[in-house]
Design a protein around this ligand. Structure first.
Ligand code: HEC
Ligand code: HEC
Length: 364
């Protein structure tokens, strides 16, 4: 009896499954629940750590597709001219090549530099330079509503998306619900978690695919980076995702700008977090100039010179940047700086930068 019941159930399920594949269009038109979205398993390279737990917002093919469509759509902004991609360009590692962009709806310059968006499925200590957003699901409400980014009200955003047949359909397929700002944020989070960069020349070497992939200079550079930079730019992701003061500022007297240069302190109110910012990854760094939370350094050379001779020694400078005698800076010879720079170049991942799964879906 029971067996038979299961069998019949299975057959019915199978038929419903078939129907929802073949009748998907009709079903949408009648707004009957569609088949469950297709789970998407991220391909994690063997030498990478385990990504964050995504049980709250599991990746699906349909969710990622919706997120990708939204990422490139200026419909999300008040003047219909600004998309996420206006400040996050794939070819520039999803940063924008500018110190401080003015590409938002108001045309006003933002106070912080657009960061790269790669390997975010591992970022477990918050988003933004100061970690002010707990996860990607909440992060997107920042750009949606910020007057100098997309300048939308969440209600207007939901209306815009609901007025679109494309989005009504895509939301139905991904979440079996009508468009909402929260759903949009979830889908954007899913898409961004697929932005995995793991095909650099360094990865070929590290994964054992090609033990000859790095030159002698680059190998020396790798060792120096592990030794001198690995305290913060650690592991295979070349970041600990944590917050450090890397000595770029001498003082913190930023009353006018919402404490934007106070760094992590703005969130934690912990005095030791003054001027501490999230460690950016070194992956693809040769393509993501300018550097730091305000884009103050134009080149890798300037960054390396900062670490060698430019560190400000304040009470909050990270201890890793002060030697046992109390002298600030990471000692490096010219040769060592050259080796580091060569190595950083091996972290460029052309496969990622040109991956058509990440590009504007309307511009194939
Ligand atoms: C007008 C430019 C602009 C637009 C539009 C924009 N961003 Fe950003 N984005 C920035 C800047 C600047 C920051 C850094 C802000 C900060 O840390 O205070 C940032 C930070 C982020 C971060 C944090 C990354 C990290 O590692 O902490 C994510 C994720 C992100 N943006 C995704 C998006 C998404 C998704 C959209 C569209 C909904 C979007 N951005 C729209 C400029 C922009
Ligand atoms: C004490 C931790 C720490 C150490 C050690 C450290 N860094 Fe950093 N690094 C940071 C932080 C934090 C930032 C971001 C600071 C900011 O934005 O204001 C950063 C930023 C950078 C950037 C800019 C990346 C970008 O996308 O803007 C580069 C490049 C860089 N570091 C390279 C290095 C190299 C090379 C070394 C070793 C010689 C090194 N760092 C050592 C913490 C560290």
């Amino acid at each position: 009896m029971i067996d038979k019941g299961i069998q019949v159930g299975a057959i019915i399920c199978f038929m419903i499954g078939l129907c929802s594949v073949s009748c998907r269009k009709e079903r949408l038109d009648h707004s009957i629940p569609v088949q469950a979205p297709t789970p998407l398993i991220l391909k994690i390279p063997e030498h990478f750590p385990k990504p964050i737990d995504m049980l709250e917002n599991p990746l699906t093919v349909e969710g990622v597709q919706l997120g990708r469509q939204l990422f490139y759509d200026p419909l999300l902004s008040a003047n219909m001219q600004v998309s996420c991609a206006s400040c996050h360009h794939q070819k520039l590692v999803f940063a924008d090549g500018l110190a401080l962009t003015a590409a938002g709806v108001s045309g006003k310059r933002l106070l912080r530099h657009s960061p790269t968006l790669i390997n975010l499925a591992w970022a477990d200590q918050g988003f933004f330079w100061d970690g002010g957003a707990k996860n990607l699901e909440s992060q997107a409400f920042g750009p949606f509503t910020h007057a100098d980014e997309m300048g939308m009200s969440l209600v207007a955003l939901a209306h815009r998306l609901s007025d679109s047949e494309l989005y009504t359909n895509l939301f139905q397929l991904a979440f079996d619900e009508k468009p909402t700002a929260q759903g949009a944020a979830k889908a954007l989070a899913q898409f961004q978690r697929t932005l995995i960069s793991s095909h650099s020349r360094y990865d070929q070497y590290r994964s054992g695919q090609n033990s000859q992939a790095l030159s002698e200079t680059e190998l020396r550079g790798l060792n120096i980076v592990k030794q001198k930079c690995g305290g913060c730019h650690s592991g295979e992701l070349f970041t600990d995702h944590a917050f450090h003061n890397n000595g770029i500022d001498e003082s913190f007297t930023d009353e006018s700008h919402e404490w934007i240069h106070f760094g992590r302190y703005r969130i934690s109110f912990n005095p030791t977090d003054l001027g501490a910012f999230k460690t950016p990854t070194l992956r693809n760094v040769a393509r993501s100039a300018p550097y730091m939370h305000d884009g103050r350094f134009k080149s890798i050379d300037q960054v390396l010179e900062h670490y060698r001779t430019g560190i400000n020694h304040t009470q909050v400078t990270d201890k890793l940047l002060i030697d046992p005698d109390g002298n600030p800076g990471i000692p490096m010879s010219n040769q060592e700086m050259n080796d580091i720079k060569s190595f950083l170049g091996t972290l460029t991942d052309e496969t990622f930068l040109n991956d058509t799964n990440f590009s504007n879906p309307d511009k194939k």
